[in-house]
Design a protein around this ligand. Structure first.
Ligand code: FPP
Length: 286
């Protein structure tokens, strides 16, 4: 197990420490954040650069958001890095994305490990080039005993693919006599998904202003709060992330109940409003 004090925590600026303190005081940080990282191509296009330049800059956002999540003590971060549909992109772009993924994992694994991050992957990993599979496997193994942020990369992933795969696995277990159809509950079904070891996401962020789920975590987001921002992924850095987290902290998650059932603690929610205002002021000052 890696118990060294986080280098990231030690490197924070005073402004960052202040923002993170206020966010923590809001007392409602999500346990699991999922992100659809969209807008890399448009970011590059606006600068007359090739699309891959947008993906490259997008890696800088990945670095910053992973760090900020770990610093804040968020338990789980799941990034939609490559969908099953993304295989339809031009071969050169697919190859570039695969090379970037390999580069990211190789370049970052030691630092992630030092900062107690555990790397995880969901999706049809076998479809990835062998080189990527090898570095991914190594990164997962190297960080397997870490106890901090669980960073899940969705790679060659789609929600429907995962649901079908879970159904097939359940059907096999029924055929083998390990399960009977009556055993199939929501909890059991969820445990067969590739996200079976993760809690459901509390917050799903999508950058670049699109209002679509794009086949991401279809089963898991039944009660997830959605947050959309116009900001393109390469420009989405911790300041924007903090704003999304503060917005989430103010929302009321009812899980099908009425507001009255939840509102026995009105004072706590006014306090959250007060802190949110304070937080917004801090963000504007930066
Ligand atoms: C969507 O933007 C983004 C992707 C398909 C890939 C995301 C990949 C990265 C950020 C880099 C690698 C990731 C990791 C985790 C190392 P788009 O190209 O669809 O943008 P557009 O809609 O503007 O064209």
């Amino acid at each position: 197990m890696n118990d060294t004090p986080s280098q990231w925590l030690r490197e924070r600026t005073p402004e960052d420490i202040e923002c993170q303190q206020v966010l923590r005081q809001l007392n409602r940080l999500p346990r699991h954040v999922a992100i659809i990282m969209d807008g890399n191509g448009r970011w590059a296009h606006a600068r007359n650069l090739p699309r891959v330049a947008g993906h490259r800059e997008g890696i800088e956002s990945v670095r910053d958001i992973v760090k900020a999540s770990a610093e804040l003590g968020i338990g789980y971060l799941t990034l939609y890095a490559f969908s099953t549909e993304n295989w339809r992109r031009p071969e050169a772009e697919v190859n570039a994305l695969m090379r970037l993924l390999e580069y990211y994992l190789k370049a970052e694994v030691d630092e992630l490990d030092r900062n107690n991050v555990r790397i995880n992957a969901i999706g049809k990993v076998m479809a990835l080039p062998k080189r990527v599979q090898r570095v991914l496997k190594r990164a997962i193994e190297q960080t397997a005993n870490n106890t901090g942020l669980v960073l899940t990369l969705a790679l060659s992933y789609s929600g429907r693919w995962d649901i079908l795969r879970a159904l097939q696995l359940i059907a096999l277990d029924v055929r083998r006599g390990k399960l009977s159809p009556e055993d199939i509950s929501e909890e059991l079904f969820a445990s067969y998904l590739s996200t079976g070891s993760l809690p459901e996401p509390d917050l799903l962020i999508r950058t670049s202003g699109e209002l679509r789920i794009s086949n991401f975590l279809l089963w898991e987001i039944a009660y997830t709060e959605l947050y959309s921002t116009e900001t393109l992924w390469p420009d989405f850095r911790r300041k924007e992330y903090y704003a999304a987290l503060a917005d989430y902290a103010r929302r009321e998650r009812r899980f099908g109940m009425t507001s009255d059932q939840l509102h026995d603690n009105q004072r706590a929610s006014s306090y959250r409003d007060y802190l949110k205002e304070l937080f917004d002021t801090l963000i504007q000052r930066r």
